[in-house]
Design a protein around this ligand. Structure first.
Ligand SMILES: Nc1ncnc2c1ncn2[C@@H]1O[C@H](COP(=O)(O)OP(=O)(O)OP(=O)(O)O)[C@@H](O)[C@H]1O
Ligand SMILES: [Mg+2]
Length: 432
């Protein structure tokens, strides 16, 4: 049996470590590429891992138990030891796959403690029925490619709608598959998982998300409000006694929140996001061109030439698109330009701007003053729509910036809560 192992030895030099570990182990090639906080990382048989344990125990005050007992013994320097099975008394700073999950309507991202975002897949599941039961065929990108292209016997669906779970069985299978992808070894302890939930989620929805995550294999599931995660991921100083405004524009929802002292002062969630923009583009093209296009094509138009403001010459760039002519049912190709896309997405864009305006109106004056000074931070994939920041700036008069790595902010922020769990305990909900 092979074990993955990792020894956190931040207070030892690599030179001190080298003679400690038998040379035939596979960790040596891995040394160069290791993250700095882990000096030794590798894989080996139970026997070889035990050998490492014994070697370490000789050099470190004899406190490292090579056999038997003491599940959570500590080395000086907080090296936690864990037992792997009855056979092998395991290793320091165990391979941890505690993880943070951004369970999004459009994309699900998994952040693994100590590693960062290691999985980013569309929230899509394809399944078929066998003996009356749903059997999973594909999850993530593989399933997304099937959207709109499945035969009658297969369904490809997005189990989350408006940021909350719409189809429980399928969502649970999706979470399970994704956890499996990053937590491969069955005999490691079940991971602790922190998941973000929309601010507007009801207690019932929160319980459902927690249950799904636990049923999918988590030992313990903590929840964190999405706007807090988005703000942390965008690098806003949320613990300060200052007002910060974050606008997370996802696939299904846009959440506008004012934060101060690590908590939400006011938040508002509107069911408008990237999906609504896609739908608007589909119906615009149907109305104006008499052509039916698929949602995937609409999304491609949006991410390629999409813009929230009318270009100066009214046209801007253009691209070729294919669809079905509604008059004669024949596939056809036509050109669409940025001016047309801006016109198509006018309404959802205006709804996002209105949400920002309404939030400002109810923000207490001192915090509103802070926001005037500090500006508004946009996160989420929808924030990448060309010129959206300018459109919001024009109408609100506030400085607006788009977060670096907008698509990863919520996952990074949720991951931050996992990494600094002790310090950020008050923003994580393990109870409800
Ligand atoms: N360059 C781009 N321009 C415009 N929209 C984009 C761009 N890139 C991605 N998007 C859109 O961003 C959306 C996905 O964003 P994100 O991953 O933040 O959503 P999500 O977290 O899954 O959804 P939610 O937070 O609502 O549950 C999709 O609608 C996608 O089309
Ligand atoms: Mg999101």
């Amino acid at each position: 049996m092979e074990l993955e192992w990792r020894i956190g030895t931040s207070n030892l030099s690599r030179e001190a470590l080298l003679p400690l570990v038998p040379l035939d182990l596979v960790w040596r090639p891995a040394l160069a590429s290791m993250p700095p906080q882990f000096d030794v990382l590798g894989a080996g048989t139970v026997e070889s891992v035990r050998e490492i344990a014994v070697e370490f125990s000789r050099f470190h005050l004899g406190t490292f138990p090579a056999r038997g007992g003491n599940k959570n013994a500590r080395w000086p320097g907080d090296h936690r030891l864990k037992e792997i099975g009855a056979e092998c008394m395991a290793i320091g700073g165990m391979f941890s796959s505690d993880m943070a999950i951004d369970l999004g309507t459009a994309n699900t991202l998994v952040y693994v403690k100590g590693k960062g975002v290691i999985l980013n897949e569309p929230s899509v599941v394809a399944y078929y029925f066998k003996d009356g039961q749903k059997k999973i065929l594909a999850v993530g990108e593989d399933a997304r490619l099937m959207l709109g292209r499945t035969p009658g016997s297969i369904q490809a669906i997005r189990p989350l709608r408006d940021g909350v779970i719409a189809d429980f069985d399928v969502a649970e299978s999706m979470i399970k598959e994704l956890i499996k992808k990053v937590h491969k070894r069955g005999f490691f302890p079940k991971p602790r998982v922190i998941v973000c939930v929309p601010h507007g989620a009801t207690p019932v929805e929160k319980r459902a998300i927690r249950q799904s995550v636990e049923a999918a294999g988590a030992r313990k599931a903590g929840l964190i409000a999405e706007p807090i995660a988005a703000a942390m991921g965008a690098g806003l100083p949320i613990t300060d006694p200052t007002g910060n405004m974050v606008v997370d524009i996802g696939g299904g929802t846009t959440e506008v929140a004012v934060l101060s002292l690590s908590d939400i002062v006011y938040a508002m969630s509107v069911r408008v996001g990237g999906d609504r923009m896609d739908e608007s583009i589909v119906s615009y093209i149907r109305r104006k061109h008499n052509v039916q296009i698929g949602e995937a094509t609409a999304e491609r138009i949006k991410t390629t030439i999409g813009c929230a403001r009318m270009p100066e010459n009214g046209r801007g760039q253009s691209m070729e698109v294919r669809g079905v002519d509604m008059l004669n049912g024949v596939p056809t190709q036509f050109e669409i330009n940025q001016g047309q896309v801006a016109e198509a997405v006018l309404e959802p864009v205006q709804q996002i701007v209105d949400a920002v305006m309404s939030t400002l109106e109810v923000t207490p004056p001192d915090l509103a003053g802070d926001i005037v000074d500090r500006g508004v931070m946009l996160t989420g994939g929808g924030a990448l729509l060309g010129g959206l920041d300018l459109a919001i700036r024009e109408q609100t008069g506030l400085a607006v910036s788009v977060a670096d790595n907008a698509l990863h902010c919520v996952a990074i922020g949720t991951g931050t809560a996992l990494e600094y769990e002790k310090q950020l305990r008050h923003v994580i909900d393990y109870e409800s």
